[in-house]
Design a binder for this molecule. Structure first.
Ligand SMILES: *[C@@H]1O[C@H](CO)[C@@H](O)[C@H](O)[C@H]1NC(C)=O
Ligand SMILES: *[C@@H]1O[C@H](CO)[C@@H](O)[C@H](O)[C@H]1NC(C)=O
Ligand SMILES: *[C@@H]1O[C@H](CO)[C@@H](O)[C@H](O)[C@H]1NC(C)=O
Length: 961
C-alpha cells in the first residue's frame, strides 16, 4: 500500500465563484455600474407578479429571509410595482407566466431569448427603469417555474446562504454590503432533465428523528426536504416507503410538492404514484387484475393535477419479484398503464407525459428476453446497489423519445451487506460511473438512494452538482477541485485545501470495505504480512489528526457544520476500524502468548466505548437537533441484515505465567511464529530498494522484567534499539527494533547475516536475514523489484502514448483503494486495439528471475455496461504479444457476473495474467485499456514473492524520478 502525500489538482472550478461552478452575479464591494442590493439596515424588495407560480413567490420569500441571515436586515416580497423608489429592487418572474416579466420583454427592456422555451433555465441582468420610479433593478427571469426558483436560490447561495444552512447547519456568511454586478448571465438547461433523491431504508435513524420532530412524514418535513432539493437545483423526489404513504400520511404532501416545484416519483416497486403500503392485499396481476387495475387508476386520479414522473411496470410484493409475472404479462401491465394515463390525463401524446420503467433486479431478466418497451418511457438503468452501474444504453437503444437514466445508491439494505450508517462514498468513483452514464446518454433521469439523507450531505451535493451542470465534470480530475469549491462554500477558503484532502483520503480508506463488512472472518487485513493492519490504522490516525486541526481552526458555528459532514465520519469511522484492527491483533498476539494481547483487549473495549461517546456528541449537537440520526447499528454484522444491537468483536486475555524459556519472545514480519517455542522464522530479505522497514518485535510473554541485547554478526548491520528492557504489566512490554544496512560496506550480491537477541535470563533467539546488495544501472528510470515483488500505482507510469484517434489513458486522482485510477477517455473513442490504442508503460527492474511471473490487475467492481463490448484491457511484457483480458465474466441482465459479490465486498476485482519467464534486468510492462469504462487502480507483478494480504504489497520504490 502507498502512504503517499496528498495529491490535489486544481482549477476546473474557479474558486472565486459564489455558487459552485456557476458564474457570479453579485459582489460584496462597490463595483462600476453595479447596483447595491443590501447592506447594514437595507435589503431589497423582491417583486413577483401575483399571477406567477406560488412556488416562485415562496422561493422569493426564502431569498428575502436569506438577506436577513446575511446582513441582519430581511428583504420583503411584493406583488405591486409602486412605492419602490426608496428600496433596492429585485424583479423575478417566469416568462409566459408573469405579466410583469412579459411586459418588460415586449417593451424591449429585457432580452430573454437565451432562455425562452428552455427547460429550467434563467437569466439574470440589471435592467434600467423597469417600472416607474425605479432607476435600476436586478432582473431574474426564468424560462419556467423552476427556472425562476433556481434563479432566486442562486442569489441566496451567492450572498452566503448554503443550500445546507438548515440540514447541515452551515452558518450564513455575514456581509455588510451586497451589490449586483452589471453583467448578464444565463444558466441552464441542466445536463440531466430529472435529478433527485430517494429517501429510503429510513428506519431507524430518519424515522426516529421524524417521529420526534414531526410525528410522521408530514408536509412540514417535506417542505424542508423540498427546499433543500431546490436549493441544490434538483427537481425530483422518491419519498420514504418502508412504513409511510406519501399522499395519504398528510393530504398536504402531494399539493405541497407541486406548489414548491418538485416532480414527484415513486420507487421502482411502486407504480403510478402509489405507495407500497397502499398495495392491494392480493398483489398479483394474474389472479387479481381488477384489484391491481383499480389501484393503479386511483394513483393517477389522485396525482393527475400535480407534476409527476410516473413509475411504470410492476414488481412483486415488498421489493421482491412476482412469482406469476413474466415478460409477456409485464407488457400487458404497461399497456394498461399507458392507456389509463392517456384517458385520465386527457393526453393522447404520451411523449409529453414523463414515465419511467426501472430495470431493477429481476426486471432486467424480463428485458433480456427481448421485451418491447414503448419508446416514450424512460428506461432507468440501475447500479448493483453498490455503486456499479450494470447497464447503459447500447446503440440499438439510443434513439428513444424517453431516453434513459440511472438509479444509483449511496445507501442500501441487502446483499452482500446493508450500508446505511454513515458516508461510505468515494466521490471519484461516483464521478467515474456517472460520467460514463452521461457520455452514454443516460441523461433523462438521475436518482440516487440516499438513505436517511443526513450523513450523506457530501455525496448528495456532488451527485446533484454533476447532474445540474456536467460541463464542470468532464475531466477525470474534477473531483478535488469540486471538493475544494464545496468546502470553500461551507467552511471558508482557509480550510478548503485541507478539507478536500481529507475527503479524498477518506474516500480511499472507505472504498476498501464498508464498515458493516469489517466483521468478516478471518479478518481481512493481514496482521502478519506487510504490517498491513497497523499501517491501515495509522492512515486513519494521520487523517483524523489532520482533520481535527482543521476543525480546531474554525469558529464555533462553522465547527458544527464541519463536524456533521467531515469530522464525524472520520472520528466515528476510525473507531470502527480501530476496534476491528485491535481485535484482530489481540487474537493474533494471544496465540503468540504476547502479553500486549491483554493491552489490546483493553484498547478494544475502550475504543468500542468511544463509539457511544461520538454518537452522543452527534445527537447532542444544537440541543439535540439531530438526535436519532445516528441510531443505526453498525457493529457485529454476520449476514446482510443488521443485527439487533451493536456488539464488540471477541477478544482474548492470556495468563501471565512465563514459559520455561523465559519472559522474552520474538516475532518477525511475515510470520505468526513466536520464538523460543516456535522455530525461529527467517526474516524477509532486505535490499537497498525494499520499500518497507524491516523490523523485529521483542516482547514479554509473562509478567516480570527482563533486559535484552540485540547483536548482529556483521558490522554493516545496525539494529535500533540494540538493547532494551521488557516489563509487564507496568512497563514497556513490546519493543520494535528496526534493522538497517550500511550498503556502502555490505558485500555486493546476496549474503546471509544473523542477528542474536539475547535476554539477561532465558533462551536467546537467532534470526537469519538474507540481504541483497544490488544496484540498478544509473540510467534506469522506473520501479525496482524487491523480494520478488513489483507493486505499481497507476499514476507512476514511465511513459504514456495517445491513441491514433486522440484517445488517451487518463488518471483519476484519489481513486480506488490505494492511490489513483487509470481510465480510457474519451468514452466516445469506443473500442481500441493494441496497435492503435493509447498505452501506458510501467518500467521495472528485476533482480530475481522467475519462470512463471504473473501480473495482478486491480479493478473496481464494474460491469460490462455494454454486454456486446465487455470491459477489456491488454498487458504485454517487453516485446511479447499483448495478452487481452476481459476481466468481468458475462452475465445476463438481472443477475450478477461471477466474482461480483467478492469484488463488491473488497472494493476491487483482482485478475491475474501469466507473463511467463522474467530474467533479471530492465523490463517494461505495457498496458492498454481497450473498452471505455475499463478502469484500473493497481498493478502488482509477482516474481514469486507476493505474500497474502488484503491491499497487496507496499508500492515498490522508484528510481530516476
Ligand atoms: C448521445 O446523443 C448525442 C446527441 O443526440 C449523439 O450525437 C451521440 O451519438 C449519442 N451518444 C451515444 C453514445 O449514444
Ligand atoms: C494523533 O494525535 C494523537 C493525539 O494528539 C497522538 O497521540 C498520535 O500520535 C497522533 N498520531 C499520528 C499518526 O500523528
Ligand atoms: C522507516 O524508518 C525510518 C526511520 O525510523 C522512518 O523515518 C520511516 O518513516 C520508516 N518508513 C516506513 C515506511 O515506515
Amino acid at each position: 500500500m502507498a502512504l503517499l502525500p496528498f495529491l490535489i489538482t486544481l482549477l476546473a472550478f474557479a474558486i472565486g465563484t459564489l455558487a459552485i461552478g456557476q458564474p457570479a452575479s453579485v459582489i460584496f464591494s462597490e463595483t462600476a455600474g453595479g447596483l447595491k442590493l443590501a447592506g447594514t439596515g437595507s435589503a431589497p424588495t423582491i417583486v413577483i407578479d401575483g399571477k406567477d407560480w406560488p412556488g416562485v413567490t415562496r422561493a422569493g420569500s426564502d431569498l428575502a429571509n436569506d438577506f436577513g441571515l446575511v446582513t441582519g436586515t430581511k428583504g420583503k416580497v411584493t406583488t405591486g410595482t409602486s412605492g419602490l423608489s426608496d428600496t433596492p429592487v429585485i424583479i423575478a418572474g417566469t416568462v409566459g407566466k408573469s405579466p410583469l416579466i412579459d411586459g418588460l420583454v415586449s417593451s424591449g427592456k429585457i432580452d430573454v431569448s437565451a432562455i425562452k422555451g428552455k427547460w429550467e433555465s434563467f437569466s439574470s441582468q440589471l435592467v434600467a427603469n423597469p417600472v416607474d420610479g425605479v432607476v435600476s433593478a436586478l432582473l431574474l427571469a426564468g424560462s419556467d417555474k423552476r427556472g425562476t426558483i433556481f434563479a432566486l436560490y442562486d442569489i441566496s447561495e451567492q450572498i452566503g446562504v448554503s443550500p445546507w444552512y438548515w440540514w447541515a447547519d452551515v452558518p450564513p456568511k455575514k456581509k455588510t454590503a451586497i451589490y449586483a454586478l452589471n453583467s448578464k448571465k444565463s444558466q441552464g438547461p441542466p445536463s440531466i432533465k430529472y435529478r433527485g433523491i430517494f429517501l429510503n431504508d429510513e428506519q431507524p435513524a430518519l424515522t426516529n428523528w421524524v417521529k420526534a420532530n414531526y410525528g410522521k412524514y408530514d408536509s412540514r418535513f417535506h417542505a424542508k426536504v423540498f427546499e433543500l432539493l431546490l436549493r441544490l437545483r434538483a427537481n425530483y423526489f422518491w419519498p420514504t416507503m418502508w412504513d409511510s404513504k406519501f399522499y395519504v400520511d398528510d393530504s398536504k404532501n402531494g399539493p405541497l410538492a407541486d406548489e414548491m416545484g418538485i416532480v414527484m416519483g415513486t420507487s421502482h416497486t411502486e407504480p403510478l404514484a402509489r405507495a407500497d403500503k397502499e398495495k392491494v392485499k392480493l398483489w398479483d396481476w394474474k389472479s387479481n387484475q381488477n384489484g391491481l387495475k383499480k389501484y393503479m387508476q386511483d394513483g393517477i386520479t389522485r396525482a393527475k393535477n400535480w407534476e409527476t414522473l410516473w413509475t411504470m411496470g410492476m414488481r412483486g410484493d415488498g421489493d421482491n419479484s412476482s412469482p406469476t409475472l413474466d415478460a409477456k404479462s409485464l407488457v400487458s401491465v404497461i399497456e394498461y398503464q399507458q392507456s389509463i394515463l392517456k384517458s385520465t390525463l386527457g393526453e393522447s401524446d404520451l411523449s409529453k407525459v414523463p414515465q419511467m420503467w426501472c430495470v431493477y433486479k429481476e426486471v432486467g431478466g424480463y428485458y433480456q428476453t427481448g421485451m418491447e418497451i414503448p419508446k416514450d418511457i424512460t428506461i432507468l438503468w440501475s447500479d448493483d446497489n453498490s455503486g456499479n452501474i450494470q447497464r447503459l444504453p447500447i446503440p440499438s437503444e439510443i434513439n428513444r423519445v424517453g431516453n434513459a437514466g440511472v438509479y444509483y445508491h449511496f445507501d442500501y439494505v441487502g446483499d452482500p451487506r446493508n450500508y446505511k450508517w454513515i458516508n461510505t462514498i468515494q466521490l471519484s468513483k461516483t464521478w467515474e460511473q456517472m460520467h460514463l452514464a452521461y457520455r452514454k446518454n443516460a441523461t433523462q433521469i438521475w436518482i440516487v438512494n440516499v438513505g436517511d439523507l443526513k450523513p450523506l450531505e457530501i455525496p448528495i451535493s456532488h451527485f446533484l452538482d454533476m447532474a445540474y451542470d456536467m460541463s464542470h465534470f468532464l475531466k477525470p480530475d474534477s473531483t478535488d477541485p469540486w471538493l475544494k469549491a464545496w468546502a470553500t462554500r461551507e467552511f471558508g477558503s482557509e480550510v478548503a485545501d485541507g478539507t478536500a484532502e481529507a475527503m479524498a483520503t477518506y474516500g480511499k480508506l472507505i472504498i476498501r470495505r464498508k464498515y458493516e463488512l469489517l466483521n468478516m472472518s478471518p479478518f481481512m487485513l493481514s496482521t502478519v504480512n506487510y504490517d498491513e493492519a497497523e499501517t491501515v490504522l495509522s492512515e486513519w490516525d494521520v487523517l483524523q489528526n489532520r482533520t481535527q486541526k482543521l476543525y480546531d481552526s474554525l469558529d464555533e458555528a462553522t465547527q458544527i457544520a464541519f463536524f456533521e459532514m467531515v469530522l464525524h465520519p472520520i472520528l466515528a469511522g476510525r473507531i470502527v476500524q480501530q476496534v476491528y484492527i485491535s481485535a484482530a491483533r489481540n487474537n493474533a498476539y494471544a496465540t503468540q502468548k504476547r502479553m500486549s494481547a491483554n493491552t489490546l483487549a483493553t484498547d478494544v473495549k475502550a475504543t468500542y466505548a468511544q463509539d457511544a461517546v461520538i454518537q452522543k456528541r452527534y445527537h447532542g449537537l444544537l440541543n439535540g437537533k439531530w438526535n436519532h440520526m445516528m441510531d443505526q447499528i453498525h457493529f457485529g454484522y454476520s449476514n446482510w441484515q443488521d443485527p439487533g444491537s451493536n456488539s464488540m468483536p471477541s477478544v482474548q486475555t492470556i495468563g501471565t505465567t512465563a514459559p520455561s524459556s523465559g519472559i522474552m519472545g520474538v516475532s518477525v514480519q511475515n510470520s505468526a511464529a513466536s520464538t523460543p517455542g516456535d522455530a525461529a522464522p527467517a526474516l524477509m530479505g532486505l535490499d537497498p530498494y525494499t520499500p518497507e522497514n524491516r523490523t523485529v518485535d521483542i516482547y514479554a510473554r509473562g509478567s516480570g522484567t527482563v533486559g535484552f541485547t540485540v547483536t548482529p554478526n556483521q558490522p554493516f548491520i545496525k539494529v535500533t534499539p540494540s538493547s532494551g528492557t521488557l516489563t509487564y504489566p507496568s512497563g514497556t512490554s513490546d519493543i520494535r527494533a528496526t534493522i538497517s544496512v550500511d550498503w556502502t560496506s555490505a558485500p555486493t550480491g546476496t549474503s546471509k547475516v544473523s542477528i542474536e537477541i539475547k535476554p539477561k535470563s532465558g533462551t536467546a533467539v537467532t534470526l537469519n536475514l538474507p540481504i541483497n546488495n544490488v544496484a540498478v544501472p544509473a540510467d534506469f528510470k522506473g520501479y525496482v523489484e524487491s523480494n520478488g515483488v513489483v507493486a505499481m500505482e497507476m499514476q507512476h507510469f514511465t511513459d504514456r502514448t495517445k491513441g491514433a484517434s486522440g484517445s488517451n489513458l487518463e488518471l483519476i486522482p484519489n481513486y480506488g483503494r490505494t492511490d489513483s485510477g487509470l481510465t480510457l477517455l474519451p468514452i466516445a473513442a469506443g473500442t481500441q486495439t493494441t496497435s492503435t490504442g493509447p498505452k501506458a508503460v510501467y518500467n521495472f527492474y528485476a533482480f530475481s528471475s522467475a519462470s512463471n511471473a504473473k501480473v495482478s490487475v486491480y479493478l473496481p467492481p464494474s460491469f460490462n455496461v455494454n454486454p456486446g463490448s465487455p470491459l477489456k484491457y491488454a498487458v504485454a511484457l517487453d516485446s511479447a504479444t499483448p495478452i487481452t483480458v476481459s476481466p468481468v465474466p458475462s452475465s445476463t441482465l438481472g443477475s450478477m457476473p461471477n466474482g461480483w459479490r467478492e469484488s463488491v465486498i473488497d472494493g476491487a476485482r483482482v485478475v491475474s495474467t501469466n507473463l511467463g519467464k522474467v530474467e533479471p534486468g530492465k523490463h517494461s510492462l505495457s498496458l492498454w485499456l481497450l473498452e471505455p469504462g475499463t478502469t484500473i487502480h493497481r498493478l502488482v507483478v509477482d516474481l514469486g514473492g507476493v505474500k497474502g494480504s488484503y491491499l497487496g504489497p507496499w508500492e515498490s520504490r522508484r528510481v530516476g524520478v
